[in-house]
Ligand binder design. Structure first.
Ligand SMILES: O=C(O)c1cc(=O)cc(C(=O)O)o1
Length: 505
């Protein structure tokens, strides 16, 4: 193919310009070539995960890569160079040795789904402008309801821009369910509320209470065991205490797969307590929801069918491209009642089709991105069995890492026992610390090890893993597996790289 000269054409020469079709085809084909080169590179172990630069270096402009916005249009050759550079200086989150976040991987079908979604460029507020996507959302949500174990006649939900928003919906719905007057009269019309969540749960529960005007101080944090699982007897006593202080408990968040440890709360015990006190039970399965697809692992979420609402992020363990998050609600109609404002310019009641398909008014958004298509396409491509296999593979990688570290004296696992999810948490002890008994002094030294290793790791760029302190524990690494491309050799590489970078610290 003749390489096209894009230096003398500009965006105005592309469609919808007259006879812009040829230039458009060549420009988009060239972009696809850039993306294909990036995809191949991301999946090659010989490539780096990242080519790290400090903010000032990127802002100054690297090798002509300027972030500044011009008055005159750039030509398409420059745009293609900018596209290459944007990817060059980014982080390859699809790389088999990228362990830094819960969302990793680069699924080709998911990517194709996202490309089609952008090309369709439509909105999810009404059936009239998204007929296919609205029906797909209904089909996919119903499938997820049945996987949770809710009966056919139950189940509602919506795709949200991330797990934090999904959790926020659950608090909003629980409050509306108990006090519908709050929608119109606000918080002054209702007594002081209290909600409960575990010490290891996601900070979005507190954030939801802050955003919704409930107050983050009214989020009562329930103690966990050494594995990070909520202690249900502590939940019960916290609820009793809140009542004795005149607060009105209304909501409990149980976590299925905590962010750092990957712990699963005892859902049946929590459901019993919620039933006894008449509280809304939400399960934040943003990270653990994917395990419902695995016959081997779904037992860890037993009791989830008793929840009033569930957050489940397919962009985590199912490897769907960001973003893809759902709030699933057992009671039909509540989302609509809670959020609808019936804007006449969108939700006309006298349309020529069944307006119950205009699901936009269930949302607290107006415009809403189509996040369902890439999930629907992946589900068609893999089948539920395909998702099960990839999720089991990720947990097998975690088990492999766990047993490798268990046998070594230079690594120490943060909690005893096999991980419930694909999170493996550990300290690395440089040679000089390996012979020192645990003490506050050793802890002070150990606290600096992970940040130093991470700095060198990012500067060299061959792998990437997260670290954090937690409660009384000094900085430790958290390795999580959600990328089906990751194999045992990548686990071996990670361990060797941490030793190489840290043994002399
Ligand atoms: O969607 C994600 O990748 C994600 C969401 C979190 O809340 C926390 C993390 C994380 O701790 O890696 O990841």
């Amino acid at each position: 193919r003749v390489a096209h000269d894009f230096s003398c054409i500009h965006s105005k020469d592309l469609l919808p310009a007259e006879d812009g079709e040829e230039a458009t085809k060549h420009f988009l084909q060239e972009l696809v070539n850039i993306l294909l080169a990036y995809i191949n590179k991301s999946l090659k172990r010989s490539s780096k995960v990242l080519d790290f630069h400090y903010p000032h270096q990127l802002k100054e402009g690297l090798e002509g890569f300027s972030l500044e916005l011009p008055d005159q249009p750039d030509n398409l050759e420059q745009l293609l160079v900018d596209c290459r550079d944007t990817l060059k200086y980014g982080v390859k989150t699809g790389h088999p040795r990228f362990f830094n976040q819960l969302s990793t991987g680069l699924d080709i079908i998911g990517l194709a789904g996202e490309w089609l979604t952008s090309t369709a460029n439509t909105n999810m507020f009404t059936y009239e402008i998204s007929p296919v996507f609205i029906l797909m959302e209904e089909v996919v949500l119903r499938k997820m309801h049945s996987i949770i174990g809710w009966p056919e006649e139950d189940g509602d939900g919506i795709f949200c821009p991330g797990g934090t928003m999904s959790n926020l919906y659950s608090v909003l719905l629980a409050r509306f369910h108990l006090f519908p007057v709050v929608k119109t009269h606000g918080m002054s019309a209702i007594p002081r509320l209290a909600l409960f969540t575990s010490a290891h749960s996601h900070y979005s529960i507190k954030k939801s209470a802050a955003v919704l005007g409930i107050g983050s101080e009214n989020v009562i944090v329930v103690r966990c065991d050494e594995r990070g699982k909520m202690i249900s007897s502590e939940l019960n006593s916290s609820i009793e205490t809140a009542k004795s202080k005149g607060l009105v408990p209304f909501y409990v968040n149980a976590t299925a797969g905590t962010t750092v440890y990957g712990a699963f709360d005892p859902l049946n015990e929590i459901a019993d307590i919620c039933k006894h006190h008449g509280l809304w039970m939400h399960v934040d399965a943003a990270w653990g929801g994917g395990l419902l697809l695995s016959n081997k692992h779904r037992v860890k979420l037993q009791g989830i069918e008793r929840a009033h609402s569930v957050t489940w992020n397919p962009h985590k363990m199912m490897g769907v491209p960001l973003q893809c998050s759902t709030i699933l609600v057992k009671k039909k109609g509540l989302l609509q009642e809670c959020n609808q404002l019936c804007a006449e310019y969108l939700f006309q009641p006298d349309k020529h089709y069944d307006v119950s398909y205009d699901t936009g008014d269930k949302s607290i958004q107006c415009g809403r991105h189509v996040d369902v298509f890439k999930l629907w396409l992946m589900w068609k491509a893999k089948g539920s069995e395909g998702f099960e296999a990839q999720i089991n593979h990720c947990l097998e990688n975690a088990e492999y890492l766990y047993y490798k570290l268990k046998r070594r004296s230079d690594f120490q696992l943060v909690f005893k026992g096999k991980p419930e999810h694909s999170n493996v948490c550990f300290w690395y002890l440089p040679k000089r610390l390996q012979s020192i008994l645990p003490s506050p002094e050793r802890d002070r030294e150990l606290h600096m090890v992970a940040p130093k290793i991470k700095t060198k790791m990012m500067e060299e760029g061959f792998t990437m893993i997260g670290y954090q302190p937690l409660e009384d524990k000094v900085n430790f690494f958290r390795c999580v597996f959600s990328n089906p491309a990751t194999q045992r050799e990548d686990v071996d590489f990670l361990i060797d790289e941490i030793v190489r970078l840290g043994c002399e610290l």
